[in-house]
Design a protein around this ligand. Structure first.
Ligand SMILES: Nc1ncnc2c1ncn2[C@@H]1O[C@H](COP(=O)(O)OP(=O)(O)OP(=O)(O)O)[C@@H](O)[C@H]1O
Length: 265
């Protein structure tokens, strides 16, 4: 069989992201060692681990921002050769991610301009995207006129403008207060349910990992490698109060807490 021939049956079940024996070294220092991981279509995989274990580095490798020293990352079966428009990255630092001299609409427009969307279509697309992240009517605000949560929503809207198959999120809600964080978690889950995007989500917050994830991967440090691959079978849609109070949520949180404690010692 010609493996390059389009085969929808294979595509539907093939992993969207596949790390195949990834090793990443900076100079003589090995940061990630022999990491293999497959993420299926529409799956939300949260990545936890002690500080410095290589979570952000793994995300950057998945995004084609750093080539691995050994091994291959595949996106829908194709080796990643560099950043791609269908892989969007949301960073924690929204203030640095947005251009201060562009309005909310102007910042979102950047992604549409890069994708070659005609100017006549951009206005409608921007209005739809702003509505999707709960910011209808805010197109003319500048980043400095918006709260942290609003700025992060703009960054997410700009990523969604790329129509991404994959969202790589690096502690996107880490700098926000607890209430804003919970609101954005639910908005993200709704967007992912609607778009079917596959999500690789790095976080320090174990409860956030359990609340959002279909799976939680825990990395061990020195060098970074998988120490736990925990399936999260909590029903969806999840609820900030009810889900977090279930015995299964508390059991999973405890499992991850024990993992981190051991990983740090
Ligand atoms: N460009 C680089 N050059 C050299 N070393 C680097 C580079 N980027 C990261 N590192 C090192 O790689 C290791 C892993 O960093 P990384 O940011 O991936 O960890 P992390 O698990 O995301 O940490 P944190 O939880 O603190 O954000 C750290 O020791 C870091 O100092």
């Amino acid at each position: 069989m010609d493996v390059r021939a389009p085969d929808t049956t294979v595509k539907a079940t093939a992993p969207v992201i596949a790390f195949d024996k990834i090793t990443l070294a900076f100079g003589a220092k090995t940061i990630i060692s022999d990491l293999s991981l497959e993420i299926g279509r529409g799956e939300i995989v949260c990545v936890i681990g002690p500080s410095g274990c290589g979570k952000t580095t793994a995300l950057r490798v998945a995004g084609g921002l750093i080539p691995p020293t050994k091994g291959t990352v595949r996106l829908l079966g194709e080796p990643m050769a560099g950043p791609r428009r269908d892989v969007a990255i949301v960073f924690q630092d929204y203030a640095k991610a947005l251009l201060p001299w562009r309005t909310a609409a102007g910042n979102i427009s950047l992604a549409l301009e890069a994708a070659g969307v005609a100017q006549s279509e951009r206005g409608d697309r921007i209005r739809d995207l702003l509505a999707k992240v709960g910011l209808a009517g805010h197109e003319d605000k500048y980043p400095t006129e918006m709260s942290g949560g609003m700025q992060q929503r703009i960054q997410i809207a700009r990523c969604l403008a790329q129509d991404p198959a994959v969202l790589l999120m690096d502690e996107p809600f880490g700098a926000l207060d607890a209430m804003t964080r919970q609101g954005l978690q639910d908005e993200m889950l709704a967007i992912v349910a609607e778009t079917g995007a596959t999500v690789f989500f790095v976080t320090h917050d174990l409860e956030e990992a359990v609340y959002l994830g279909d799976r939680v991967i825990g990395l061990l440090p020195h060098p970074g490698r998988i120490g736990i691959d925990q399936r999260i079978d909590l029903p969806r849609p999840r609820n900030q109060l009810e889900t977090r109070e279930t015995p299964e949520f508390l059991r999973l949180r405890r499992t991850l807490f024990d993992f981190i404690e051991k990983a740090e010692h």
